[in-house]
Design a protein around this ligand. Structure first.
Ligand code: UDP
Ligand code: UDP
Length: 468
């Protein structure tokens, strides 16, 4: 069946949930347009990807072997499988060795009936530019970030040598950058300015991926024009060969069946849905999750438990920790009012449940989009990477979120958590944030419909690639 399709696109996600999931959504959006999609990944990631795309006829998964390298435990093929953050560097380094098998796969495809229109590669896999250039295939890059965060990250990277000598919390003054909020060094992704010099392996790696990025044919953005229009020209100015920014998001909304699908953890999902159904008051439950990357200490998780308990607000909390368990006596106290889950959940389905009225979130970009698309205001608690930028954007610019007081401090107290939860769910500021979230949700859903900005951009992108 697939071989009768006119066009094919190759997608190579980086092996981290937050990077892979949106590209699977893009794969689905393309397959709905009758385009064949080949997703390149490694054996241990292929399983979950295959399950995720199982109902889509035109998507296939191609496995290439993950290399064995010194300093990286065997079987670690995804950032979630790394024993700790220290292994992230060796992991990035290992992904470079995927080039040879990837080149072979691409070469074979070029000789097939449907040579690929393009390769959509995660920015971390910077070396795919060389592969694409050698074989004459346009490369589109994907970051999994919003427009503004990309613009700021790049500018910060360019100015990193000067930034290293500035203080952490004073407003930054960067000549080529006018962010719509006060920006400090503490808001920037950590390793951008912390590297000891420009020749250490992390800086070298960043330089390579940035250069590959700048020479790509364009960038795919999981955002929509209406949300970040004013920053698109700055983003595009980074592309040396006239590359365009294609705002196609929220990617997960292209597929109308999304949100109706059952989670892979069937038993769990039904317990969870049942619990949510029992919460009869609309917008009454706080959903809590800190994503798949941030490490939160056991002491801080205890404090979150106490804060949620003290708030009196019903909550559904997804905890990702191998070591933490609920403080003693807490289970009794929260019985019937709080549900704590340790497994993978279908976050989109949860957010679209009418009982959910707020999201205490680490502000990963996917979570931000998913929350706002479901009209759910956010209680922003950024932790790592570009999450501080996302938080400032949704609080200060969009007005669809409130911040947890003291978030810039390492430890957030139960009082601060409890007060902020109550303000979002029941306070005046919370009401205003909900109205803003609802307004943005409406625009997001319109963007992916026929005639909407993201829908049209996707069609235009495919047309341009076909004409290339
Ligand atoms: N996610 C999910 N279930 C979970 C945990 C995470 O579906 O139990 C999804 C979530 O919906 C989002 C992604 O994983 O799409 C996490 O990406 P995000 O950018 O929010 O944060 P990251 O994990 O990359 O920090
Ligand atoms: N980076 C980049 N371009 C960007 C954003 C980040 O090249 O637009 C590089 C940069 O060197 C940064 C590194 O990628 O230090 C890690 O980025 P991020 O903070 O997103 O990674 P995470 O901590 O989520 O793994």
């Amino acid at each position: 069946m697939a071989s009768t399709l006119a066009s094919q696109v190759v997608i190579f996600p980086f092996m981290a949930q937050g990077h892979t999931l949106p590209l699977l959504d893009l794969s689905k959006a393309l397959s709905l347009q009758q385009i064949k999609v080949s997703i390149i990944t490694t054996p241990s990631n292929a399983n979950s990807i295959t399950k995720n795309i199982a109902n889509y006829p035109f998507i296939n998964v191609i496995e290439i072997p993950f290399p064995t390298i010194d300093g990286l435990p065997q079987g670690c093929e995804n950032t979630s499988q790394l024993p700790s953050k220290e292994f992230f560097g060796p992991f990035l380094h290992a992904t470079k060795q995927l080039q040879e098998p990837f080149d072979q796969v691409l070469q074979t495809m070029l000789e097939s009936e449907t040579p690929p229109l393009c390769v959509i590669s995660d920015f971390f896999l910077g070396w795919t530019l060389a592969s694409c250039q050698a074989l004459g295939v346009p490369r589109l890059v994907f970051h999994g970030m919003g427009v503004l965060s990309m613009v700021i990250s790049r500018s910060a990277w360019v100015h990193a040598p000067q930034l290293r000598s500035t203080s952490m919390f004073e407003p930054l003054d960067m000549p080529d950058l006018k962010p719509p909020f006060t920006l400090t060094r503490a808001d920037l992704p950590g390793d951008l300015t912390n590297s000891p010099n420009q020749d250490d392996p992390a800086s070298q790696f960043s330089r390579e991926v940035m250069e590959a990025d700048a020479h790509s044919w364009g960038v795919i953005v999981n955002s929509f024009e209406e949300l970040e229009k004013t920053h698109i020209p700055s983003l595009e100015s980074f592309y040396m060969d006239g590359g365009k920014a294609w705002c196609l998001g929220p990617l997960f909304l292209h597929d109308k069946s999304e949100g109706l699908e059952k989670s892979t953890a069937q038993k769990d999902s039904s317990t969870l849905t049942q619990w949510l159904n029992e919460q009869v008051k609309p917008d009454s439950v706080m959903y809590v999750s800190f994503g798949t990357q941030a490490d939160v200490s056991d002491a801080q998780l205890d404090e979150v438990a106490f804060g949620l308990e003290e708030s009196g607000v019903p909550f559904l909390w997804v905890v990702r920790s191998k070591t933490w368990s609920l403080p003693s006596g807490m289970e009794e106290k929260i019985k019937g009012r709080g549900l704590i889950v340790k497994e993978w959940v279908d976050q989109r389905q949860i957010l679209s449940h009418r009982a959910i009225g707020g999201f205490l979130s680490h502000c990963g970009w996917n979570s931000v989009l998913e929350s706002l698309s479901s009209d759910v205001p956010i209680l922003a608690w950024p932790m790592i990477a570009e999450q501080f930028l996302n938080a400032k954007f949704i609080v200060g610019v969009l007005g669809a979120a409130l911040g947890v007081r003291g978030s810039n401090e390492v430890f957030v107290s139960r009082q601060a958590i409890s007060e902020a939860v109550n303000e979002l769910m029941a306070g005046q500021k919370g009401r205003s944030a909900r109205e803003r979230a609802e307004a943005i949700g409406k625009v997001a859903r319109t963007a992916v419909q026929d005639g909407g900005s993201s829908h049209d951009a996707l069609s235009k992108l495919v047309d341009q690639l076909r004409a290339y």
